[in-house]
Design a protein around this ligand. Structure first.
Ligand SMILES: Nc1nc2c(c(=O)[nH]1)N[C@H]1C(S)=C(S)[C@@H](COP(=O)(O)OP(=O)(O)OC[C@H]3O[C@@H](n4cnc5c(=O)[nH]c(N)nc54)[C@H](O)[C@@H]3O)O[C@H]1N2
Ligand SMILES: Nc1nc2c(c(=O)[nH]1)N[C@H]1C(S)=C(S)[C@@H](COP(=O)(O)OP(=O)(O)OC[C@H]3O[C@@H](n4cnc5c(=O)[nH]c(N)nc54)[C@H](O)[C@@H]3O)O[C@H]1N2
Ligand code: SF4
Ligand SMILES: [Mo]
Length: 907
């Protein structure tokens, strides 16, 4: 009899995106954890996307950073916490004494818990006395923050998730929601199933998975969104789709914004031309927007990560203000946040130009509120360095020490080789992380082990202002500590009072109370108020249910929550009015040229998270897209002299990388798309950040990640190949490689420049098979340059290597399936030698549905053989798409392609 372990389940919040889904982690008998969606969590109501479902595969301790370490001449040495923190405190005291507080800096992350973030911010801005604390959120949603502040007077997200379901029109701008916020996307899709009149429009230069299910796709020319929305503003005004009472009573700046919109964007034909959208498609969108009151415009990185990011956000908000589409159910401008705690970072003032609890560094009355509350000795009184400038100042030697926490800047900042130079030159680099080896750890002087997801405990806030508990269900590994604790121990060593918190609960309480401190109409009111959660005892904090802010306590002790903001049409500017912002359209600074003729767009893929320190551990997630790629239009590939499936070198003015050429990502002519995830830990040369130009938005300081002029060229090699091996392989001698996590093995995709004469000797050397009597099957065709070898141990496949001058190599999915077999059959061995499966159906193709491991070939065959016509039919037949639903847009695309091909064959 097996006992149910359900009562041991811990309710927590997903480690990944800003949707902030509730997760239930239940221990299994073998010590691992089953992950399920938390049915009681309002964000996901029991659903999880593929990344959330695979969380259990990523909590293992392989590769974890477990002990503090200090750099010495011959490498990193394990030390005690005391020694490590004494070293940092000693150096910071010296640097601050010699060069002032601005000579040190913290660079933190939206993946910290609110409690960690609060302590980091208090330490820098209230005790060190410098605002040199910035965060990777600068790279993510700082333009959205700046846009909201300009329009509303405070960084306020007006809507909630329910509004997405209540809307009659959802416009997604620069957001691949189907892949990056899958549960939100599914909520929209479900709402549309129930109310087919609801429309979905996607504005994205690429035809992404999100577009597959949209009613209308506007393939906007990258960087031209301000034209598009200024054009919409002038159109709405021209046809009289204006709410004059709302504009008059609740806004300022209308006339100027409209003049600017009219100046360049009054003629839809001109807008259509600049935005490269067909005029009828543009007009269909404008008419739909004008006709639909309940409209949500949701936006993310295609808007924010631009040198015109803040203007893009305001151009969108303007279009909501003109018709009063705000502060009512089902409408509003909605910035979707990326990281699990991007919003918590905004609450505590994690950006270098903000103060805690939505107060402004520049305002003396705000500084006074915070300083009084903190009883702080040295308040920062001006904005600190924003991420890109911070790393420039480090390279220039102005900032002597930087402490990086929970972010991987050598991969994720623009001009990432500059970051290497900066860290190389920096006197003291401190790094708190959960992994021993990342591209950034190579540059550290002090390495500090932090608790990771599943071990740490605290709160995060999602895109709809909902605060949820992340709860620990695993023991602390090694000597790792929570980030807030590490910072507090350090602060105490610096001699600062105010850091002897009784636990994360104490930090949360202080944060909640600060939000309500002197927050009255007669003093310095802020809409951000979570004082209702102040004074929770430990048990109440532990049991806290997901709660939105603003949250206050009424006179009779009840919690009062504003689900949606601005229902009274009172905004946070001093006069209570919202502002139209005049947004003058402008193109990116660096134009494409003869040398760099293509525009590089960068972003995410469905099953990987950022620099892959967590998702890279999951074989399930690796199955979807195994290698970095450069997606480009076939004609641009032809002009660049590269072919699909081959490797290409991509070069910009700032750096270079290598990736495999691919079509089919819906890329328009003139641009290429490369994912952000691969880096020095899992590929020889695939760090796209090295290419990205460091131009930033003048208001927000957010980098232009979506546009860098580049050139694509052939990456010539002598041979292609791959290895599957149960043991790690050293690939230093290979021109290009990517490492991919498999089940019970690692896969290495290779490309070599060396010419191999003695294949057998070379392959044995690479795989480390010294024993001449080893069970070694091989096939060699010297003339054709084709070689395959398999190393067997006890009838089980241990390693295999395949090489060819061409890309015509056997299916990795089929070979991977052999690795889980305890004993290979005769037919498997024959297949290995001929280099293809002998059994029909054994090659399932690349994985489409990660939840049920269903491959592309299996889906295509079923569609053809069983004449399947719809996604539900595919799901009924193969289960694919039936769990998390993340692959539904891809199944739909495969259905269309396969059925079209089949029809063509019949003709
Ligand atoms: N699977 C997965 N999900 C994630 C993450 C992840 O790493 N992996 N990361 C999370 C984080 S931190 C973030 S910030 C979010 C990001 O979520 P998204 O913003 O949805 O993701 P991106 O792929 O960065 O970019 C979105 C789209 O912007 C488009 N775009 C580029 N230039 C322009 C332009 O000029 N105008 C318009 N309108 N669109 C443009 C791109 O083609 C791209 O499809 O995802 C979160 N979710
Ligand atoms: N070219 C290009 N670059 C981009 C983007 C893009 O679209 N294009 N997007 C940008 C955006 S939106 C984002 S959000 C960034 C993300 O970029 P990064 O923040 O650099 O990416 P991550 O891989 O999430 O890095 C998190 C690090 O923290 C560690 N970690 C995880 N949990 C914890 C913890 O609890 N404590 C500590 N101390 N460490 C922890 C992980 O091991 C990892 O090393 O990338 C940005 N860079
Ligand atoms: S949508 Fe997926 S990645 Fe995002 S929070 Fe939910 S389960 Fe996690
Ligand atoms: Mo992000």
């Amino acid at each position: 009899m097996t006992l149910s372990t359900d009562h041991l389940a811990v309710r927590t919040t997903c480690a990944y995106c800003g949707v902030g889904c509730g997760v239930q982690a239940t221990p299994k008998d073998d010590g691992s954890f089953a992950m399920a969606g938390d049915k009681l969590h309002p964000a996901n109501k029991g659903r999880l996307c593929v990344k959330g479902s695979a969380l259990g595969e990523t909590v293992g301790l392989e590769g974890r950073l477990l002990y503090p370490q200090l750099r010495e001449a011959d490498g990193l040495r394990r030390v005690s916490w005391d020694e490590a923190l004494d070293k940092v405190a000693g150096e910071w005291r010296r640097i601050i004494a010699e060069h002032g507080p601005d000579a040190v800096a913290l660079y933190v992350s939206g993946q910290l818990l609110t409690e960690d973030y609060y302590v980091a911010n208090k330490l820098m801005k209230g005790y060190v006395g410098s605002a040199n604390i910035d965060t990777n959120s600068r790279l993510c949603m700082s333009s959205a923050v700046a846009g909201y502040k300009r329009a509303f007077g405070e960084d306020l997200v007006p809507v909630c998730y329910d509004d997405l379901e209540l809307a009659d029109l959802v416009v997604l701008v620069g957001s691949n929601t189907a892949w990056c916020h899958p549960i939100l996307f599914q909520r929209i899709m479900k709402a549309r199933e129930a109310r087919p009149e609801m429309k979905l429009v996607v504005v994205d230069p690429r035809r992404t998975a999100t577009c597959e299910l949209a009613d209308l796709h506007l393939p906007v020319n990258a960087g031209t969104d301000v034209w598009l929305f200024n054009g919409l503003l002038s159109y709405l005004s021209r046809i009289g789709a204006v709410d004059p009472r709302f504009v008059e009573q609740h806004t300022n700046g209308f006339e100027t914004a409209l003049d600017v919109a009219y100046a360049d964007c009054a003629d839809p034909a001109v807008v259509a031309k600049i935005c490269r959208i067909e005029l009828p498609v543009l007009m269909e969108f404008y008419e739909l927007f004008a006709a639909t009151r309940k409209t949500i415009t949701a936006y993310s990185m295609g808007v924010n990560q631009s040198s015109a990011g803040t203007d893009k956000a305001n151009a969108i908000i303007n279009c909501h203000l003109i018709g009063g589409r705000i502060g009512r159910p089902g409408m509003g401008p909605f910035s979707i946040t990326g990281q699990p705690n991007a919003m918590g970072g905004r609450e505590v003032g994690g950006l270098a130009n903000m103060l805690a609890a939505h107060m402004d560094l520049e305002r003396a009355d705000h500084r006074d509120v915070v300083q009084t509350f903190w009883e702080s000795p040295a308040m920062a009184d001006k904005g600190g360095l924003k991420a890109v400038d911070l790393f420039k100042a480090i390279e220039d030697g102005k900032v002597k020490s930087v402490w990086v926490i929970a972010t991987n800047p050598v991969v994720s900042l623009p001009d990432a080789d500059q970051v290497r130079r900066a860290l190389d030159r920096c006197e003291l680099v401190i790094f708190s992380d959960i992994m021993q080896d990342t591209d950034t750890t190579a540059y550290v002087d002090v390495l500090l082990p932090a608790l990771g997801w599943g071990e740490k405990d605290g709160t995060v806030t999602n895109s709809e202002r909902r605060i949820s508990r992340q709860r620990a269900f695993l023991p602390a590994p090694g000597e790792a500590l929570p980030d807030w604790k590490i910072l507090s121990l350090f602060a105490q060593r610096m001699g600062y009072s105010g850091f002897d918190f009784c636990g994360q609960h104490g930090v949360f309480d202080e944060h909640a109370r600060l939000s309500g401190f002197r927050n009255t109409v007669s003093d310095v009111p802020r809409a951000f108020d979570m004082s209702g959660l102040g004074g929770l005892n430990q048990r109440q904090y532990d049991e806290l249910e997901p709660t939105q802010w603003p949250v206050r306590r009424t006179a009779n002790g009840e919690l009062q929550v504003d689900v949606r903001l601005f229902e009274d049409h009172v905004f946070a500017h001093a006069d209570g009015k919202a502002r139209f912002i005049a947004t003058v359209p402008r193109l990116p600074k660096h134009a494409v040229s003869e040398d760099y003729p293509l525009s590089l767009n960068t972003g995410r893929v469905r099953d990987q998270w950022h620099t892959m320190t967590r998702t890279g551990k999951s074989a399930t997630l690796a199955d979807h897209i195994a290698e970095s790629f450069v997606d480009m239009h076939p004609q641009d590939a032809l002009l660049s002299g590269v072919r699909e499936g081959e490797l290409a070198r991509i070069t910009s003015e700032w750096g270079a990388m290598v990736a495999r050429v691919q079509h089919g990502g819906g890329i328009p002519r003139g641009s290429v798309f490369i994912p952000i995830h691969w880096n020095g830990q899992n590929a020889s040369d695939a760090r796209v950040g090295a290419l990205v130009n460091p131009v930033v938005d003048p208001v927000s300081g957010e980098p232009e990640f979506k546009h860098t002029p580049v050139r694509v060229e052939q990456f010539r090699v002598n041979w292609h190949g791959f290895i599957l091996s149960r043991d790690a392989i050293n690939l230093d001698s290979i021109a290009h490689w990517t490492r991919i996590q498999g089940r019970e093995f690692a896969r290495y995709e290779l490309a070599g420049r060396n010419s191999v004469k003695d294949y057998s000797g070379w392959a044995r050397g690479l795989l480390g098979v010294g024993d001449p009597d080893a069970d070694w099957l091989e096939y060699e065709d010297k003339t054709a340059g084709v070689y395959r070898a398999v190393h067997m141990v006890n009838d089980r496949i241990e390693q295999c290597i395949f090489m060819s001058p061409r890309q015509d190599m056997p299916s990795r999915a089929w070979l991977a399936s052999l690795f889980v077999k305890e004993q290979l059959s005769e037919i498997d061995r024959v297949g290995l030698l001929v280099g293809m499966p002998v059994e029909k159906g054994a090659d399932t193709g690349p994985t489409v549905c990660s939840c049920f491991g269903v491959g592309r070939n299996t889906i295509c065959n079923a569609i053809r053989e069983k004449d399947l016509k719809t996604v539900p039919e595919v799901t009924a037949c193969l289960k694919a798409g039936g769990n998390c639903g993340s692959c539904v847009p891809e199944i739909k695309k495969i259905l269309v392609q396969t059925r079209t091909e089949a029809a063509e064959i019949r003709l």
